[in-house]
Design a protein around this ligand. Structure first.
Ligand code: TRP
Length: 455
C-alpha cells in the first residue's frame, strides 16, 4: 500500500488546520453576533465556549484521525470494525460535501467583489445603490454560477496537487498573507476618525444582554467557527505525523481562530462608527458584507478615495483567502473518502468531487435568481443546504464524535494520543477526558434544542 502523505512541518500542520477554521464564519458572523449580543460580554462567553467545548471536541477529532491514519469514514471503520460507527464518518463526509456546495457560492461572491473593486465600480455609487447592485448580481444566473465555478476550480487546482504539495504548501503561503492583510486593515480602520467609538462599543461589556439564548448561540458559533462536527479535522489529523503534538496544535488553532474573529470585529465596527452607521438587526451575513461594508469603506475614506479603494480590495481578498482555505478542507474530506474507501486515484477523486459539488453550487447559486421560488420545506436550495448542514448535521456529527471518543474508543488510545510523545501531565489528560465525556455532549445537545426552538 502507498504510504500515507504527512504534513511536513509543525507550522504547516497548524496553518492547515487554522486555514480550515478561519473562514467566512469568523469574518462576517462573529462580529455581528458580538455587536448584537452585548459586545465584550459576548466575547467573554464565546472564549469560554472555545475553551470548554471547542478545544475538547477538536481534540476528539484529532485523536480519531491521527490514531486511525484514515479519513473520516474509513477512520471509524478502522477503529471499530463491523459496527455502525462508520455512519458517523459517512454523515460527516456528506455534510462537508453539502457545505462546500453553498460555501463555494459565497466564495464566488467575494471574487465578484474583488473584480468590482478593481474595476472601480463603487466610485460613482451612493448608499442606496449598493443593495440593488448586490441583488442584481446574485440574481444574475450566469455571473453567480461562473464565480462559483471559478472558486471551485481554484480549490480543485490546490487539492489535486496533493497533501503536502497542495494543501500544506498553499496554506503556508495563504495564511501568512491573511494575517498580514488583517493586521493592515485593523491599522487602517483604527486610525479613522471616531474609530475609538467602535472599539469602545466592542470592548464595553453589556452583561444585561446575556441569557441562555445568547450562550447557546455562542456555543453554536464556536462550533461552526472551529470547523467541528464533520470530520474535517479528523481527515487533516490523519496527515499529522506521530511527533506533532495534538494539544499544542489544537490550542494554536483555537487561538488563531479567535484572534482572527476578534480582529474582524476591530475592522468592521470602527469603520461603521466612523461614519455613524448603526447596526440594524437585519444586517446579517451577506447584507452586511456586500451591501453595507462597500458603502462604509467608501464613505470612511471619502477624503482619500484611493485608500478606500485599497481597503476594499484588501478586505475582499482577505475574505476570499479565508473562504478558500476552508473550501480546501471541505473538499479534502470528500476527496480522501474517494481515495481511502473507493480506491480512486487522487486526481480523479478530486475531479469527481469538484464536478459533483458544482451541481450543488449551481442549485445554490440559482437560489437567488431563477430558482428563488423553488422551495423545499419552505427553503431555497441554498437555505436548505445551509440549514441541514450547519444546524442539523454538524451538531449531530459532533455529538456522536464526542460520545464515541469519550465512551466507546479504547481509552488507552485517548490517553496515548493526548499525552503524545512529550508525555504531558496526567492531570491535563483527565480534564480533557472529562470535557469530552460529559461537558461536550451536554453542551451540544443544548445547541441542538436551541436551534430547533425547543429551548
Ligand atoms: N469554520 C468555517 C468558517 O468559520 C466554516 C466551516 C464549518 C467549515 N464547518 C466546516 C470549514 C468544516 C471547513 C470544514 O467559516
Amino acid at each position: 500500500m502507498k504510504k500515507r502523505e504527512n504534513f511536513g512541518s509543525k507550522i504547516g500542520t497548524i496553518l492547515v488546520a487554522a486555514g480550515s477554521a478561519v473562514g467566512l464564519g469568523n469574518i462576517w458572523r462573529f462580529p455581528i453576533e458580538t455587536g448584537q449580543n452585548g459586545g465584550a460580554a459576548y466575547i467573554f462567553i464565546y472564549i469560554l465556549c472555545i475553551i470548554f467545548l471547542g478545544y475538547p471536541v477538536m481534540m476528539s477529532e484529532f485523536i480519531i484521525g491521527r490514531h486511525a491514519h484514515a479519513s473520516t469514514s474509513a477512520a471509524f471503520q478502522k477503529l471499530s470494525p463491523g459496527t455502525q460507527w462508520k455512519w458517523v464518518g459517512r454523515l460527516g463526509t456528506l455534510t462537508g460535501f453539502v457545505i462546500l456546495g453553498y460555501y463555494s457560492v459565497v466564495s464566488g461572491w467575494t471574487l465578484e467583489y474583488i473584480y468590482l473593486t478593481i474595476s472601480n465600480q463603487f466610485a460613482d455609487k451612493h448608499t442606496a445603490d449598493f443593495a440593488p447592485m448586490f441583488n442584481d448580481f446574485v440574481s444574475n444566473p450566469w455571473l453567480s454560477v461562473m464565480w462559483t465555478f471559478v472558486a471551485l476550480a481554484i480549490t480543485y487546482y490546490i487539492i489535486v496537487r496533493g497533501v503536502t504539495g497542495g494543501i500544506e504548501k498553499f496554506s503556508k503561503i495563504l495564511m501568512p498573507v491573511l494575517f498580514l492583510l488583517i493586521i493592515l486593515l485593523v491599522v487602517l480602520t483604527i486610525n479613522l476618525p471616531n474609530a475609538d467609538k467602535g472599539v469602545d462599543f466592542l470592548l464595553n461589556p453589556d452583561f444585561s444582554k446575556i441569557n441562555g439564548k445568547v450562550v447557546l448561540s455562542a456555543l453554536g458559533q464556536a462550533f461552526y467557527s472551529l470547523s467541528l462536527g464533520m470530520g474535517a479535522l479528523i481527515t487533516y489529523a490523519s496527515y499529522f505525523n506521530s511527533t506533532s503534538r495534538l494539544r499544542k496544535t489544537a490550542i494554536n488553532v483555537c487561538v488563531i481562530d479567535t484572534v482572527v474573529a476578534l480582529m474582524s470585529g476591530f475592522i468592521i465596527f470602527p469603520a461603521m462608527f466612523s461614519i455613524g452607521h448603526v447596526l440594524s438587526p437585519d444586517e446579517i451575513g451577506p447584507s452586511l458584507i456586500f451591501i453595507t461594508l462597500p458603502d462604509v469603506f467608501k464613505q470612511s475614506f471619502s477624503a482619500v478615495p484611493i485608500l478606500g479603494y485599497i481597503f476594499s480590495l484588501l478586505f475582499y481578498i482577505l475574505l476570499f483567502i479565508a473562504a478558500l482555505t476552508s473550501m480546501i478542507s471541505l473538499h479534502e474530506v470528500a476527496t480522501a473518502y474517494c481515495v481511502d474507501e473507493r480506491h480512486i486515484d487522487r486526481k480523479r477523486a478530486a475531479l469527481y468531487v469538484t464536478l459533483s459539488c458544482a451541481i450543488l453550487g449551481v442549485l445554490s447559486a440559482l437560489s437567488f435568481g431563477s430558482l428563488k421560488d423553488f422551495t423545499i420545506f419552505g427553503r431555497t436550495f441554498f437555505d436548505l443546504f445551509d440549514f441541514t448542514a450547519s444546524n442539523i448535521f454538524l451538531p449531530l456529527g459532533g455529538l456522536l464524535t464526542t460520545i464515541y471518543v469519550g465512551w466507546f474508543i479504547n481509552q488507552n488510545v485517548l490517553h496515548d494520543q493526548v499525552r503524545g510523545i512529550d508525555r504531558s501531565k496526567q492531570m491535563s489528560v483527565k480534564i480533557i477526558r472529562f470535557l469530552i465525556r460529559y461537558f461536550a455532549p451536554i453542551a451540544i445537545i443544548g445547541i441542538f434544542l436551541y436551534q430547533f426552538g425547543i429551548i
